[in-house]
Design a protein around this ligand. Sequence first.
Ligand code: ISL
Length: 561
Amino acid sequence: TETRAWWASAVVYQIYPRSFADSDGDGIGDLGGIIARLDHLESLGVDVVWLSPVHRSPQADNGYDISDYCDIDPLFGTLEQLDELVAGLHARGMKLVMDLVVNHTSDEHPWFVESASSPDNPKRDWYVWRDAPDGALPNNWGSFFGGPAWTVHQATGQAYLHLFHRKQPDLNWENPEVRAAVHAMMRWWLDRGVDGFRMDVINFISKPDGLPDAPPVPGQEFVNAFDLFADGPRVHEHLAEMTREVFGGREGHFLTVGEMPGVTPERARDYTDPARREVDMVFQFEHVTVDQGPDDKFDYVGLDLPVLKRSLHRWQDALADVGWNSLYWNNHDQPRVVSRFGDDDPAYWRASATALATVLHGLRGTPYVYQGEELGMTNYPFAGAGEHRDTEAVNYWAEVVARGRDQEAALTGLAHISRDNARTPVQWDASPHAGFTTGTPWLAVNPNHTWLNAAAQVDDPASVFAHYRRLIDLRHRLPILVEGDVTSIGLDHPVLWAYTRSTTDERMLVVANCGREPLALDLPDWHGARLLLGNLPLNEPVLGPATSTLAGWEARIYLSP
Ligand code: ISL
């Protein structure tokens, strides 16, 4: 039988440094703040920290626009502090995974500055430049952040491609010098002691030959050309080459996770097939789009639970034999799960946060916890468009206004889906800025920090934090959580989420009532099963034989007798 890689039983914690903890009073989180909070991570019990970008950056997209891959932005601290963070994590038995943003750089990266300087510059071909006669753009692709994916550079008359912000020009991965430069940079980080990479939009790096137009969409000048550049023609080749060049046979020591918007389960199987040596796991997006309608990202339609269950279980099934899933509810681009798929009414907040944690952590894959999720942090009560800070939200609102679209619907969509929901400061305590900073926070602290904060939870065995700690501990202790096959039960049920895990000698049952009303539970096969973990004080220790009732948002994990 195969031996699982170390990361199969690991839990990863994501830090978005700008919003985690501020040590110097400038209102922006930094490395000093993280170093001072390592006890929090150790007490939670996570194995790995994934750190969103701290590299030098003009911050057009909060650090996902990097101008120097081998230095730390002064906003966040110094390379010495990064070393200190690595050492501090290693001393506590934790690892550090860096963000790798190499689909694009900042337009202020010296590579792009050179590339833009003239059509004959040796680095011209490091980016994607095309003629733009009389300003006519090379194709109809739209940027993720609104407007065209091309900007005409006045000095040379050519346009450069940027799938995201105009300050995030796409690198040309067709050029072997670009690939070699990225590999060298990655080796430099490994030499510094980091333990892997989370690879930003890594399935966008291989653009289709000829950069063809996307099929036109009526009423849209620029089209999301997703289907053309996601999982492009040479992406598998590039990833396999990266593994060879960077990890050189030592890949098993590290963790690589590729962020892959639009990836299908079938393709994810290929990306994560260990025999292909591309990436260990991917971040897929299917389950975090189930509440979005066809119009655009902010077309909020609400949750239909069976759709969410079917999606996650389809992924469980697809990667059951080959490949590996990552499991996440949240990251810095997603609204807070307790508000999104749970119930953030104070009466149900704690139960729903812990129920959702239970169903996710019971699945097969590597769980990711996004900062504040372990406290049950909620969406921010946005009262108007002026409160959004994210470039995506700001541009979207400008477009809604310019085109005279439905403002009421747009505000609802922004409030539910905006990335700013994830980016409000971590709530450490009940003090005025939640213990995040002594200065003025760059983004408003959620007013509910007066009762929802770490200080109120870490020593309370009934807290959301304590429940996450127990789930993480279970994953470390029970091989069935790592290995066990997953079988869903009643996927069409509107509020019950149930599935089993099984190995040759053990069976586990995970059940959750994803609603406020009590729910009768009758699973005859499981009568006599022993409660392993529950999220409410009143969980029944043994299931059945009489019909059992799950309270609103109650979740339980049972082991078979
Ligand atoms: O939130 C999104 C825009 O609608 C997502 O599509 C997001 O842009 C996509 O998941 C890629 O995200 C990553 O790359 C972006 C960066 O803005 C995100 O923060 C990052 O996670 C560009 O680097």
